[in-house]
Design a protein around this ligand. Structure first.
Ligand SMILES: [Cu+2]
Length: 144
């Protein structure tokens, strides 16, 4: 869901860039009011699309599943910043054949040796718990 949102924002941005500017746009004044950034080019229609700031850039993290469980443990993420978490299961000897991050609605199977990427956005500072499919093996992401 998060991914499709990001995708549609990107698509929107791409469309806007190629679209002809509205003929009646009051250019010089509007330019001054828009902070510099990728969205400045679409000033005419950008009102409904939040300008991507540093906080909106997805945080890329990766974990592996080994005999010890999910590694590394204790990864830190940021409140309101999307996370792209790629998990690769490298062993058959634990029960962590899926990852569940209940509080953000993530559940994904983890096929052996195949990287699986899940995306989510932590909405609360504190701890975000992730577990295997049965809620046994797991760990905690620190949300700052
Ligand atoms: Cu389990």
């Amino acid at each position: 869901m998060v991914r499709s949102f990001v995708l549609s924002v990107l698509l929107l941005a791409a469309c806007e860039k190629t679209a002809a500017p509205p003929p009646a746009a009051p250019k010089p004044l509007l330019r001054m009011a828009v902070p510099p950034g990728p969205m400045a080019a679409v000033a005419g229609k950008a009102a409904v699309v939040p300008a991507p700031g540093p906080a909106a850039t997805p945080l890329d993290l990766s974990m592996t599943v080994t005999e010890k469980g999910f590694e590394p443990s204790g990864l830190a993420v940021q409140k309101d910043r999307p996370v792209r978490l790629t998990i690769t299961r490298k062993t058959d000897s634990t029960c962590a054949k899926a990852i569940v991050i209940k509080d953000v609605g993530v559940r994904a199977d983890l096929p052996l040796d195949q990287p699986v990427t899940v995306t989510f956005t932590p909405k609360q500072a504190g701890e975000l718990r992730y577990t295997c499919g049965m809620g046994m093996v797991g760990g905690v992401l620190a949300v700052k």
